[in-house]
Design a protein around this ligand. Structure first.
Ligand code: GLV
Ligand code: MN
Ligand code: MN
Length: 401
């Protein structure tokens, strides 16, 4: 039986479902994500692809021999907590179907599908960790010491996944094999609905970063501590969260989010001793992002002082705005019947690779426009159209390489 994108997505529909949050929780190297990686390897081997996992945990499935000058596609299989079905897996399933189309058409040429680990940064806090390690965008010493919510280090998680953490880091030999990278992804907005088209080509990725803001006060008893005698970091965090919205709404095109807050110790009848708040800020102009973050930092310091607390602010990651190669973008758009060119506010491994190899992205229509939530959607017919478009794009690039 011939696989379709819909049939492949149906095969993994039960993997990593999250009954408490809804949707899927597939953190990198969890049982769910490892099951998905095995599922991919099985499909790749069934197609006769040569499958290798590199020292950074990126799975490569090769056709036409391992080596330089390859046209590469792929995406990721990890998810945010309670995420949708398509962010990542749609690109992986579409890559398999696109490779089937290329084989049916008898298209020659060296190509590979790449599956990147920890694209979301939902377990170890740093998005696109696999592609950052591959390209040298993160110091492997720092990567090894990143910890998840249970205190497991990335080094330990990679060891448990069968990798050698000492070998994490820049892999210029592997990087040099990629001539062009094309990532297909579910659209994370309503651009294609507005255009009434199934597929778009990416024009840009909004610059974005993550900051950890840790407020420290004094843990104490909820009943015996007078309101006047408290040093409550939760109140400082609450004030900050409201300031984040107020400050960001003044800046056209800016987005800032606090989606995660962890109080220590986290008891109903306990005044917290410490609260960590994670801030995500995005804007097309990186200088504007920096100014906005500086304003938020000042607000955090004022909120801490008001509650007699202290605050420590740490930048966990920053990715500058990416403008994809306009020549490749327009070439793909022309090939795809003048597909719309859309920017995105979401980060992708393609954005990390873009500084090193010729890179492009395709987006597939999402009728709800929702992403990073269970409401994320793709119509089956659009998924197949997306895979055909990917095959057409890869064929053109293989013809040129
Ligand atoms: C990843 O999807 C991100 O944009 O945070
Ligand atoms: Mn993604
Ligand atoms: Mn995502």
């Amino acid at each position: 039986m011939t696989d379709t994108v819909a049939s492949l997505m149906a095969e993994i529909a039960d993997v990593g479902t999250d009954p408490s949050r809804g949707g899927y929780s597939r953190p990198v190297y969890s049982t769910a994500e490892l099951d998905l990686r095995s599922w991919f390897v099985e499909h790749a081997e069934r197609r006769g692809l040569d499958v290798q996992t590199d020292r950074n945990g990126i799975i490569w499935a090769w056709s036409g021999g391992v080596g330089e000058g390859a046209v590469v596609t792929g995406s990721h299989l990890d998810s945010v907590p309670g995420g949708g079905a398509y962010d990542g897996p749609l690109g992986v399933a579409s890559s398999l179907v696109a490779f089937d189309r290329l084989a049916e058409r008898g298209v020659p040429g060296r190509r590979a599908i790449a599956v990147f680990p920890e694209e979301e940064g939902s377990r170890f806090g740093l998005a696109c960790l696999g592609s950052r390690l591959l390209t040298g965008a993160i110091d492997p010493d720092r990567a090894r010491t990143l910890t998840d919510a249970d205190g497991t280090t990335f080094a330990e998680a990679t060891r448990r996944a069968g990798l050698d953490p000492a070998r994490l880091g820049p892999d210029l030999e592997t990087l040099a094999r990629i001539a062009t990278f094309v990532e297909l992804h579910v659209e994370q907005g309503l651009g294609l609905v507005d255009h009434d088209r199934p597929v778009a080509v990416a024009s840009s990725i909004l610059g974005h970063g993550r900051w950890r803001i840790g407020f420290t006060g004094e843990g104490n008893h909820a009943g015996t501590t007078l309101m006047s005698g408290r040093r409550d970091p939760m109140v400082a965090a609450a004030v900050l969260i409201s300031d984040v919205q107020r400050l960001t709404r003044r800046v056209p095109d800016a987005r800032a989010t606090v989606g995660r807050l962890v109080p220590t110790p986290g008891g109903t009848n306990v005044i917290a001793s410490h609260v960590d708040v994670w801030l995500d800020v995005r804007h097309p102009d990186d200088a504007v992002t920096r100014i906005l973050v500086a304003e938020i930092e000042a607000a955090a310091k004022a909120a801490a002082a008001e509650q007699d607390c202290t605050v420590v602010i740490t930048e966990e990651s920053f990715s500058a705005t990416v403008d994809f190669d306009p020549v490749l973008r327009d070439r793909l758009a022309d090939l795809l019947d003048d597909a719309p060119r859309l920017g995105t506010g979401a980060g992708h491994d393609a954005g990390i690779l873009k500084d090193h190899v010729s890179t492009a992205m395709l987006f597939v229509r999402n009728p709800t426009g929702v992403s990073h939530a269970p409401g994320e959607a793709v119509e089956d017919a659009d998924a197949e159209t997306g895979a055909e478009a990917l095959a057409d794009g890869l064929e053109a690039l293989l013809g040129a390489s």
